[in-house]
Design a protein around this ligand. Structure first.
Ligand code: ZN
Length: 377
C-alpha cells in the first residue's frame, strides 16, 4: 500500500480529521498496513528495506506522521496524535527487532544444516591409478637384482661427452658414436663443455666408481635417448637398466651365473641361455646374450603349427649386450686394473617388456592410451 493511500502525505485537516476517535481510526489503519507489510519480510535484505521504510529518518512512515500529522495538528488533536504515535513507534520498533533476531537465528540454523555431515551417505569413489608397465618391469628387475646384493643408483639424463663416451673408452671419432648419435643441448657460447642427452645408463658406471672403491654392485635404471626415427621397435627415448659389478675376484663364471639367474627369474626357470661374441668399447670380452624363445619353448614353431612369430622361427631371442669391464675403463676412475675385475650389462627395458607381455609396438609405451594402460593394472 503506497503511503498516499493511508494519507501520510496530507495533514489531518486535509483528511477531514477533527476528532480524537478519527485519529484512533487512522492509526488503526496504519497498524493493519504495518502487519501486512511485516508478513513479507523473510530475509536480511527484506528486513533492511522494511526497517528503512518504517523507521527511516528522512522519509520513514513514522517521520512522515510526525511531520505531516503531529506538527501541524490542532491543539485539541495534538495530544491524541502524540499518544498514538508513541504507541505505534513502540510497536513498530519491538516488532522489527524481533524479526531481526528471528532472521539471524534462522540463518545460523540453515548454515548449520548446510555444514552438518550425513554419515549415512555413500562415499566418493575415486579411481586409483596404477604403475605404467615400464615402471612395473623396472620394479620386477630391480627386485631380482636386490635379492642377489645389488643396490640402485640413479644419475643425470643430461651428461657431458666425457661421461657418456670418453671415460667409457669411446674416444671422439670412434665409429660406435654413429650408432649412439644423440641430442645436444643449445648452450651459451663459451660454455665449458658440450652437454647431451645420455645414450645409455653406462655413464653411471664411471660416476659410481669415481665415488666408491670396490666392491661395487649397482644397477642403474633410467631413461636414455638416441636420434632414432620412431617405428615399431625404435624410439628417441627408451629405458635401460645398467648393471655393474666390480670386485677383487670376479670371474667370467660369476658374470654368466648372474645373468642366467636374472633371466630365469624374469622369464621362468625353463628358458635356456646362450652367449655370442660381440663388441662394445667398454667391455672385453663382450657378448650378446640370447634366451631360448619363451613363447614357442625354444622350438621355433608356434603352438598351433607354423613359424613362431616372436622369434621368427629362430628359437632364440636376442636380449641384451654385456661383458667383462674393459681394463682401460679402470684407468679413468683410478682403479688398479691388475687387482680388480668385473662385469657390466645394459638391459633394454622396453624390449624386455615387449617380449614378456607380447607387445609389438614400442610406441604404445609413450602414447598413454588408457585402454592400453588398463591392461596392466
Ligand atoms: Zn619362438
Amino acid at each position: 500500500m503506497p503511503t498516499s493511500d493511508i494519507g501520510l502525505d496530507k495533514t489531518l485537516a486535509d483528511l477531514g480529521v477533527t476528532q480524537p476517535e478519527q485519529v484512533a481510526l487512522r492509526f488503526a489503519k496504519i497498524r493493519v498496513h504495518f502487519q501486512e507489510h511485516f508478513q513479507t519480510v523473510h530475509d536480511e535484505s527484506e528486513w533492511k528495506s522494511f526497517r528503512d521504510r518504517w523507521l527511516g529518518r528522512k522519509s520513514g512512515v513514522l517521520t512522515q506522521i510526525t511531520d505531516n500529522w503531529l506538527k501541524p495538528a490542532t491543539p485539541q488533536l495534538k495530544r491524541a496524535v502524540g499518544a498514538s504515535l508513541n504507541e505505534l513507534r513502540a510497536h513498530v520498533e519491538s516488532q522489527i527487532e524481533a524479526r531481526r533476531a528471528a532472521i539471524e537465528s534462522g540463518a545460523e540454523e540453515s548454515a548449520l544444516a548446510r555444514e552438518r555431515v550425513d554419515l549415512s551417505l555413500p562415499g566418493f569413489i575415486r579411481p586409483t591409478g596404477s604403475h605404467h608397465l615400464i615402471r612395473q618391469v623396472f620394479q620386477e628387475i630391480e627386485d631380482i637384482f636386490f635379492s642377489i646384493g645389488f643396490s640402485v643408483v640413479e644419475g643425470p639424463e643430461i651428461e657431458t661427452p666425457y661421461y657418456n663416451f670418453e671415460a667409457l673408452n669411446i674416444p671422439e671419432f670412434h665409429p660406435v658414436r654413429d650408432d649412439m648419435d644423440t641430442f645436444y643441448l643449445e648452450l651459451p657460447t663459451g660454455a665449458k663443455t658440450p652437454l647431451l642427452l645420455r645414450t645409455h645408463t653406462s655413464p653411471m658406471q664411471i660416476r659410481t666408481m669415481e665415488k666408491q672403491k670396490p666392491p661395487v654392485r649397482v644397477i642403474v635404471p633410467g631413461k636414455v635417448y638416441r636420434r632414432d626415427n620412431p617405428d615399431a621397435t625404435h624410439s628417441f627415448a627408451f629405458h635401460q637398466i645398467e648393471g655393474l659389478a666390480v670386485d677383487s675376484d670376479i670371474t667370467f663364471c660369476d658374470f654368466t651365473g648372474t645373468i642366467e639367474y636374472f633371466v630365469k627369474e624374469f622369464f621362468g626357470p625353463s628358458v635356456k641361455t646362450r652367449f655370442r661374441p660381440s663388441y662394445f668399447p667398454f667391455t672385453e670380452p663382450s657378448v650378446e646374450f640370447d634366451v631360448s624363445c619363451p613363447f614357442c619353448g625354444g622350438t621355433g614353431t608356434a603352438a598351433g603349427g607354423g613359424t613362431c612369430s616372436k622369434c621368427k622361427g629362430a628359437a632364440w631371442i636376442e636380449l641384451f649386450g654385456a661383458g667383462m669391464v674393459d681394463p682401460a675403463v679402470y684407468g679413468f676412475v683410478n682403479y688398479d686394473a691388475k687387482r680388480v675385475s668385473g662385469f657390466a650389462f645394459g638391459i633394454g627395458i622396453d624390449r624386455l617388456a615387449m617380449l614378456k607381455y607380447g607387445i609389438d609396438d614400442i610406441q604404445v609405451f609413450f602414447q598413454n592410451d588408457v585402454r592400453f594402460l588398463r591392461q596392466f593394472p
